[in-house]
Ligand binder design. Sequence first.
Ligand code: NIG
Ligand code: FE
Length: 404
Amino acid sequence: MQREVLYTECRVATMHSGKPEYGLIENGAIVVRNGRIAWVGDAQGLPAQYSNYSNESLGQRLITPALIDCHTHLVFGGNRASEFEMRLNGASYEEISKAGSGIVSTVRATRLASDKELLQSAITRLDDLISEGVAVVEIKSGYGLTIADEIRMLRVARKLESLRPVKILTTWLAAHALPVEYEDKPDDYINEVAILGLQQAAEEGLVDAVDGFCETIGFSPAQIERLFEVAHSLGLPVKLHAEQLSDQKGALLVGKYAGLSADHLEYLSVDDVPKFAESGAVAVMLPGAFYTLRESKIPPINVFRSTGVEMAIATDCNPGSSPISSILTAMNIACTQFSMTPEEALAGTTRCAAQALGLQGDYGVIEDGALAELAVWNVQHPAELSYWVGPSKFHKRISHGETS
Ligand code: NIG
Ligand code: FE
């Protein structure tokens, strides 16, 4: 590994929070030392002490922080194209779920799949993300719904980190759906699988955060709260699938437990946003699910803006509501459907996504002290990352100061 590198001839979108216009530096230079950014700025102002570092020209390309997908369900068996067809023939997501398909049909396929099959299918989706400059991916359990299968999903997710140059964070989402063996016994399921399993998975060191699906077709706020209490006692941060289909006050629950993020939020009441803002949690926008389910209610983006809520964007890659393994497509949909600006979209997959995972300072910005996790693009302006739809304009990754 080269310990000291000087990157020049590049436009740098630093995504620094205090700077306007992407924190853009037109003729930039970046100094990397021991895997971290030692200096970034206008090339004219490069301190003399760095001028003899090994120099790599980036050919006038754009460089940004490497992208982060902070909400995925990347590990699963099978697919649900047949439900996509059912919905387009008139059935709703809730109807399909109540009829015993939906999430539980992926549970059947996931339980039947071998570890190797789960790993192989997840790798194809992970490679899609990597081909768009993604360096960090959050992956949830939630399609096992037994302690053994939930833990198996997290082990497969963690294994990906040894096979590809990405950082993987794993989230315990046993409170995702009620398996048939617990029909009409959601409280028993929370106690016997979601909570007991969390304790076991945490003991194995497999859990970075705890999530739940707080919905009429998922779990009630009271059930989620019992799970959050245990997460707290284990010192694990929480996050929640909240207000995707109805207003359950899930975002406020995230605030109460000082959680990392509330995700989806289409049905979040405008009146609850100021309280949510006070909590400092990130609002994670999942435009792929909005698009796939042909939702028409837009999350309260304007109120997030006016109250200073940070907005992240993620693929929510999953076989039911968001069969999308393209973070750039998610950014594009966030712009066209949610009226987020291209700058907000890029912040949403860099600085704000890092915050949603508790990785702020290390990832998602190009500033002194941050990790040198960077993406180089065959475009001139950062707005182009949200603008183009189709094959990626990604050129290469720089990881710990090494080009890949
Ligand atoms: O984020 N809403 C719950 N979880 C997923 C959907 C999972 C599925 O339909 O398989 C989501 O949209
Ligand atoms: Fe999700």
